[in-house]
Structures are given as C-alpha cells and as structure tokens.
Design a protein around this ligand. Structure first.
Ligand code: GP9
Ligand code: MN
Length: 626
C-alpha cells in the first residue's frame, strides 16, 4: 500500500485490519458487558496487541514466506473468532479444549448450526479476503529488516502484551488466579490469548491427578463436616417417607421457572405443572437453582448424582469419567434398587455410556431401545410423548424397588415444533428462540401429563415417588431484550441470576402435606434430599449439598462462576444485592456478601480438587459410614 511515499508493510496492515475487526466483533456481535471506559479501551487494545503478536513474527521470514504466513494466520485467526461466535450464540460462553474434544456434541450442534448463522458473519472474513488479495499480487508489501529492526519489531510485541496484562490486572485484580468467568478473561486478554491460557490450564489439570496424594482429602472432609453436617435428622417428618418406593426422576430439558404460571395470548403454557405444583401430594421448591456450567445436561446429572460441583471448564462426564465416585446409583444399588436411565439420544452423547457404567447404573435405555420414525421425531430426535410411552414396557420389566432417571429432549434449543403439534401461540418478540420456547414447553407439559396417566395405567404410580427437575436454562442472556419484554422489566444481573431457577417438585402419591417451599436450594442438594426421603443413611458421604428439609441446612447456593444466592443476599458479577428487593447494595452493606463469597470460592476449589486429583480413590466411603 503506497501512501504518498510511505509504504505500509502487510504485517502492519493485517494487524490494523484484524485488530479492528476483532474489536468490532467483540463489541457488536458478542454480547459482552462493558461497564466502564477502561474496559472499552482494553477491548480495543487487546485485539491489536494480539494481532501484532501474531503478524509481527513474520518479519523473521523471507518475503515470499512472509506473505504466505500472513495469509494463513489471518485465516486461522478469523476462523477461531468465527467458531467462538457460533458457540457463544448457543451457549453464551467461549470454547475450552475439553469442550472441543466432545466431538459427538459438536456433531449434534450442527443441527442447530444454520439457526446460529447470521449474514453479517461474512464481515469476519472481509479482512482475510483483502490480505489474501494484497499478498498474492506483487505490491511489494513484505519487509526485509536488518537484524536490529527485526528485534525492535519483536520487542514491540512484548511491550504491547505487557501493557495488556498490566491493564487487565488493574481492571480485574487476580484475573488469572480466580478465572471463574471466561467472559472476563476474553474481555481483558482477548479470545486468542484466552485460548493460550486455556491450553496452559489443560496441561496443569492433567498434571494434577498425577501429583495428587491422599493428604488433601482429610482437609476437605473436615471442612464438609463443619460446614455441611450430614445430620440425617431421622426424626424429621419426611425421613424415610419414600422408603422402599420406586423413584422416577425426570430431568426436564431446558425448563425454567418463569414458564410456570406464564401465559401467551391468554393461554397457560404449563397447565399440568401449574396444577401439580399446587397439589397437596407435591412439594415444590420455588427457589431451586440449577448450577450447571459448560457440561449442560450432563453437569446437572453429575451434580445430582454426586453432590459435587461441575467443573469450570468442560464437562466432568467427558473429562473425568474414569474417576472414583460415590454416586447415587452406586449407593442405591447397595440398597437393593435396580437403577436405570432412559434417554432417546445417542448413548455416547456427553460420554454418558462410559460415565453411567462407571457410576453403577444397571441399564441405559438409549436411542437404540426406541422406535424412532419420521412421524414421531423432530428437532433432536424422538419426541417426548413417544419417549415416555415407549419407556413404560421397560419400566414394567424392572425389579422393584427401582430408580429410573428420564431425560427429556423435545424442549431443547432451537425449540422447534411442527405447527400441528403446537397447542399454544408463539410469543411475539425479536427473539425467535424465546418465541418458540413456549410452544415446546407446552408440548413437554402435555407429555408429562400423559406420562403420569401411563404410570397409573401400568400400575407403577402408587408405589413410586416422582421427582421433576429442570436441568438448566434454555434462554441464555443473549435474549435479554426479548426476555425483558416478556417479564415487563429490564433483565439486570440480579434478574438474570433469578432466571436460573428451575422447577423442582417431589410428587408423593397419597401424601397430604405438600405445598410450596421458599428455601434457597439447588441441584447440589438433590442427592442428600433423595437419600433422606428414601430413609438411607449415607453417613460417611462427602457432599457439598444438604438435605433440603434440614432445619439448619446450608445457607447458600453457589453457581459455578462464583455467584451465589443466600437467604438474604444474591451475589453476581462481583456485586451484592438484597435478595428480597433486588436492590444493589452500597459498598458498606455489600461487605455482608464477603464471608459467603470466600466460602463459595473455597468450596468450588475443594470440589475441583476432588475431581482433578481423583481424590476419592484415596477415601474409603464404606468404613467412614460405620
Ligand atoms: C442430549 C441432551 C441435551 O442428549 O441431554 O443436552 P444439552 O445440550 O441440553 O446439554
Ligand atoms: Mn439439557
């Protein structure tokens, strides 16, 4: 490029184009929250610094190779950005290495791929096209610097990078140590450096198992004994109420509490669940939170089975499926239950077949156990109504008592339902996803109603308890504007966290003491709660959750990103809110969040260490429960 007499080398042109493009994509295509001018500046600075880092190395190459290097690096860099953007649109998150190797899931994501593609994505490749053009035509844009010049060009890289790190540290102290939140990392160091950081983390966590020994487990045991006493509370009303009964546990895909009692054009979205939660044979916890992270449904399964936290990166079901656990199915097997999972998807999705085997499920009825035809399937596969219907015969063949886990599928992103199967209108907003969310939710509500009836008809109802649980959110914060329109209020971080409440209902046929409970509880509490209801004393278990019916149970629910909800407070995005009013607390009052915040960080760390170090291999659950 000839500007008067100044010739700008291609590596500088590429740096500017690619840096500015990346900034533009961060700013307008991702949904990163920018809170102050400093953050804005870092957001612009880091892509330019990263681009310079990559492109300036080319000065050490011969002219021809320089051009080739620039062509390919700008293409690869743009692809990385593009793939992250697609992933972000679906998960509001950035890719980590463990997630990348969940090949099966990536393949299934291709089903939703077209929905996630936007026309403006072409812009991401505009600079690539230009750099290819400039590099192929002999414009003489390569540079040949003397050794000193090369060293100087490289030194600028380090200046820019250190500048970036210093700014990031000022903006978010201890960013790298407390990296709970990938969005903060990307905002501060950019998506490219974030991937380098992620790769380092990957190596570190792999090494962690190798170097772990049994010494840490006793420290964790002491912490859990002091903070989450596994006091079984045998005198409590509900202790053993479901003794020897079957447990039918339904994990309801993408179900969030805001669906309950909602209406679209005057029609109730979930009439069956609305009635169920009010009935006297059902206990409904209205402040029950999902606590999942990147592993989505599989994380919710992991938390429920183990009362451990999911990992901050990747899905435990994939990354640590071979660990030693003391999972719910294993405990139930020892108590004489037949345990099984019903889920009409590919058995290796989320690595379930391997993990289920390890944690002791007797049977896994996956896609192969079902008749899937074009008439009874759409979206992700077999529709929920057919799924339940076809499952009954397998349930009847089971030894009693049994524990059966069902995982529904129809109400899954992108929430598409054939028109003739929809019994409620679409919502009307700028989000296609939210609009159709109500239709598939209604469908699943109908499927659950039918399932209850089918259980009754099959003679399986009376001797069972039925637990319904939403696995995780279905509407990400990408749809906050439409969500705000639906709720009639702005979705701020407080509301966003409250939207993470998912249904949790325990239906006990014949029980009369049901009702709505206010306690702040979450998926981490499910395992101790179920054992309590079944009258199983898992005394020596190590759980981060508590029996939901305990009088003086644990007083907070921690989210994977370090947010938490307690009776009085809600803490998210490093800010402390009054839980009752949603009011943001000023600095002095906000101090009240500090002690719980520290506990949350400690717990997440302990739980991570158990998983990364595979520490349960050093612990004898049998002898500690005696
Ligand atoms: C896949 C189903 C959905 O089998 O459980 O998984 P999700 O994408 O919700 O984690
Ligand atoms: Mn799910």
């Amino acid at each position: 490029m000839q500007l008067k007499n100044i010739r700008m080398p291609l590596f500088v042109i590429a740096t500017l184009l690619f840096g500015l493009k990346t900034y533009f994509v961060y700013r307008f295509m991702f949904d990163l929250s920018i809170e102050n001018p400093m953050q804005e500046f870092i957001l612009l600075f880091n892509p330019i610094a990263s681009a310079y880092l990559i492109f300036a190395i080319s000065v050490w190459l011969q002219p021809k190779r320089q051009m080739k290097y620039l062509r390919w690096t700008i293409l690869i860099g743009s692809l990385i950005l593009f793939v992250n953007l697609i992933f972000y649109r679906n998960f509001t998150d950035f890719i980590t290495i463990p997630v990348l190797f969940q090949g099966n899931n990536a393949a299934d994501l291709t089903g939703s791929f077209l929905t996630l593609l936007h026309i403006e994505d072409l812009l991401i490749f505009a600079d690539v096209a230009l750099v290819w053009y400039l590099s192929k035509h002999k414009f003489g844009l390569s540079v040949q610097l003397p050794k000193r010049g090369k060293i100087a060009a490289t030194a600028v890289t380090f200046l820019l990078l250190s500048g970036n790190v210093v700014l990031a540290e000022i903006e978010r102290p201890m960013l790298f140590v407390r990296a709970f939140d990938r969005e903060y990392l990307v905002k501060n160091i950019g998506v490219y450096n974030y991937h380098l950081y992620d790769a380092t983390m990957q190596t570190k966590t792999k090494a962690q198992r190798v170097f772990a020994d049994g010494s840490e487990i006793s420290e964790i045991e002491t912490y859990l004994e002091e903070n989450s006493p596994d006091e079984v509370n045998k005198k409590a009303d509900l202790y053993g109420i479901a003794e020897d009964k079957n447990v039918i546990f339904v994990s309801v895909e993408s179900f969030q509490n805001f669906l309950l009692d909602s209406k679209v054009n005057g029609t109730e979205t979930t009439p069956f669940l609305n009635d169920l939660k009010e009935s006297k044979d059902t206990i409904f916890f209205k402040n029950f939170y999902h606590q999942t992270a990147q592993g989505k449904t599989s994380d919710s399964e992991f938390i429920v089975e183990n009362s451990l936290y999911p990992l901050g990166r990747g899905a435990v079901y994939f990354t640590h499926a071979g660990n030693e656990y003391n999972a719910l199915p294993e405990i139930l097997n020892d108590e004489g239950y037949e345990t099984s999972v019903f889920h009409a998807n590919n058995g290796s999705f989320w690595n379930r077949d391997t993990m289920y085997d390890n944690i002791g499920y007797d049977e896994f009825y996956d896609e192969k156990s079902y008749q899937v035809t074009p008439e009874n399937s759409f979206g992700w596969g077999l529709e929920d109504k057919a799924f339940f219907e076809q499952s009954i015969k397998y349930m009847q063949s089971q030894e009693k008592p049994f524990y059966s886990k069902f995982i529904t599928l129809t109400h899954h992103f992108p929430f598409e339902l054939p028109e003739e199967k929809a019994n409620i209108d679409k919502f009307d907003s700028n989000s296609k996803t939210l609009n159709s969310f109500f239709q598939t939710a209604r469908y699943t509500d109908e499927a659950l109603q039918q399932f209850f009836q089918q259980l009754k008809d099959a003679g399986l109802y009376k001797d069972s308890i039925i637990v319904l649980m939403g696995d995780h959110y279905g509407i990400s914060d990408f749809h906050n504007e439409a969500m705000g329109q639906f709720l009639g209020k702005e979705v701020d971080p407080f509301v966003q966290t409250q939207l993470q409440r998912v249904p949790f209902m325990v239906h006990i046929p014949g029980y009369e003491g049901g009702g709505v409970r206010e306690d702040v509880v979450g998926q981490i509490d499910v395992k101790p709660t179920l054992l309590h209801l079944l009258g199983i004393n898992a005394g020596g278990d190590m759980t981060f959750g508590d029996n939901m019916f305990a009088e003086d149970g644990k007083d907070f629910i921690a989210m994977r990103d370090g947010s938490f909800i307690s009776e009085e407070y809600l803490f998210t995005n490093e800010q402390c809110y009054d839980r009752a009013t949603g009011e943001l607390l000023a600095e002095e009052e906000a101090e009240a969040c500090q002690p719980i915040k520290e506990k949350v960080e400690k717990e997440l760390n302990y739980s991570d260490n158990i998983i990364y170090g595979d520490l349960f291999r050093f612990y004898d659950f049998d002898s500690s429960s005696e």
